[in-house]
Design a protein around this ligand. Structure first.
Ligand SMILES: O=C(CO)[C@H](O)[C@H](O)COP(=O)(O)O
Length: 226
């Protein structure tokens, strides 16, 4: 296993120590959340009663394979704990998410959770958000107009593609990756982006994370909390 994966594993597994029996867990998306899901699978196999909702089709499939009971959102009264990764984390525990394209479901689940623990490695820690391109999920209808509005806001958007094909999210939408280098006012930008008709959601998670667990390759972890 590579150094960075060891760090991700350490963080993902540590977060599961906050899980208590009978909790409803929000399962994040990505290569760090993967380790949390695998560990939760082991917990379920060992007889700990848990149930979960997933933030992507990918995580749902993984969870089902591990025997984690996935419940429909219609049955969800509250989500006790959401465990998810991030693409950037600043010192105020504000995040950029959506590198894996799951930002919309991730934000819906984070907003519905009593607590959100972010699992990450050291490479994601930044002084200022914005070095990682900010994902913005938009509806396909007239997407070119939404794209132009973002150009007018100096967002330098790029339509996300994979092998020459437009990436379509689990919700049937497109993603524009916006290049800022440094986001000076994340609160104002969050509002400005979501005010654009056609924008469904953006990858700024400004007040959801209550704890960030940073993993290191030697298996140690550091925890930051609000
Ligand atoms: O926001 C996400 C997916 O939409 C992921 O949490 C984020 O991209 C981090 O992924 P990884 O743990 O693989 O680095």
């Amino acid at each position: 296993m590579q150094q960075q994966d060891l760090a991700k594993k350490a963080a993902g597994e540590k977060a599961t120590e906050f899980i208590k029996p009978n909790m409803t867990i929000g399962l994040g998306t990505g290569s760090t959340a993967y380790y949390a899901i695998m560990r939760i699978g082991e917990m379920v196999s060992s007889g700990i009663p848990l149930r979960a909702v997933a933030t992507s089709e990918q995580s749902e499939q993984l969870a089902r394979k591990q025997g984690i009971p996935i419940i429909p959102f219609s049955d969800v009264e509250k989500i006790d704990l959401d465990i998810d990764g991030a693409d950037e984390v600043d010192e105020h525990l504000r995040l950029i998410k959506g590198g894996g394209g799951a930002l919309l479901r991730e934000k819906i689940v984070a907003a519905a959770s009593a607590e959100m623990i972010v699992v990450t490695d050291e490479s994601k820690l930044v002084k200022h958000l914005g070095r990682f391109p900010l994902p913005v999920e938009i509806i396909p209808f007239a997407w070119e107009l939404t794209f132009r509005r973002l150009i007018a806001l100096d967002a330098m958007p790029v339509l996300r593609t994979n092998n020459g094909r437009t990436v379509v999210t689990d919700n049937g939408n497109y993603i524009l990756d916006c290049h800022y280098e440094r986001i000076k006012d994340p609160v104002a930008l969050h509002q400005q982006l979501n005010d654009i008709p056609g924008v469904v959601e953006n990858g700024l998670f400004l007040h959801y994370a209550s704890r960030v667990i940073i993993g290191y390759a030697d298996g140690s972890v550091k925890s930051l909390s609000r």
